[in-house]
Design a protein around this ligand. Sequence first.
Ligand code: DCP
Ligand code: CA
Ligand code: CA
Length: 376
Amino acid sequence: MKPLSEKQVSRQRVIMLVDLDYFFAQCEEVRNPSLKDKPVVVCVYSERGGESGVVSTANYEARKHGVKSGIPISVARKRLVNVDAVFLPVDHEYYNRVSEDVMSILKSHADVFEQAGVDEAYLDVSERVEGDFDKAGELARRIKEEVRRSKGLTCSIGVGPNKLVAKIAADSQKPDGLTIVKPEEVQAFLTPLPVNRLVGVGVKTQSIMESLGVKTIGDLAGYDVQRLIELFGEKLGVYFHNASHGVDNRPVKERDEAKSISRISTLKEDTRDLDAIMRKAGELCGEICNELSRRRLRVKQVGIIVVAKDMSVYSRSKTLDPPTSDLEDLKKNVRELFEKLLGESGLEARRVGVRVSGLVKEEGQKPLRAFISRVE
Ligand code: DCP
Ligand code: CA
Ligand code: CA
């Protein structure tokens, strides 16, 4: 066989997944370092008051007591009874600001950058490390150091030949972890792990697989692909087979900026009273305006969402000409939309939401289309 020329050898892909540790709770520790040694529980309190609601996340001190994302706050309280623990409400605005700062650091270290959640991102670094996993390890250490120095946060990084391996690697050592899985190590790394470490294997799939004697990713890799297709269908069967072998060709892709912003909230009680609805909707408009001003955006459409007492959902929207970022302007239009909807329907509102879209930059050049549509 003729040897491949340099050009024909495609570069070994090197992908990182960076995930911030116990993110919301760590943000709380950063702004109040005296929390550091205590269990910290960040809560989503139900808007109908009291102690009902769920745990958003908890720091590792609290996790030692079995407190984790998704459990009821009441259960967390029981597990931390007689412990000097701190319960705090979520503060998304603050976490989003921290997230944006961290993401801009991460972005500066990537050839291609893809934010995959509020606290995690994929970085394709193949070019800058020349396909070399040792160099990627050095880069990962520098990134961890920079995030720690500039924002006071620890993160866990997984490095692998693709997104799937990078993600599982990042999850495998937390907090403050760095796990590098070279291409030749992929199968040995995955083999002993339980199947539910693969995205798409939930409780149900896991129990089906278990009944087939498939407990680990290694078991899955040895299982007949035809049987997998018969059991789970073509798409999932092939995916499970490939994933168990650590094969994943998805590229790291830049994402467009969010094209809309929405906020939805539960009313204290079900109502058709426009003023009561507007007190809540006005707050939501305020939150949206804060985000618009932070991102220097104006909006071309505004809409409302209502979840009625019987759980049916209504929405209405209108175009704003010219685009606006003014709170009073937004509230006036939202009020009109609610007034019209209430006039058209006998609904009693349980949850109300506001959504803006058609986001345009506050300063700089207007997109040409804005002028064209005026002329038409
Ligand atoms: N989150 C939430 N509810 C969930 C899961 C997560 O509100 N059921 C929020 C709080 C988390 C953030 O999303 O801080 C990021 O989620 P992760 O799954 O990455 O979890 P953490 O960052 O909290 O912890 P870890 O250290 O395990 O990554
Ligand atoms: Ca995290
Ligand atoms: Ca995450």
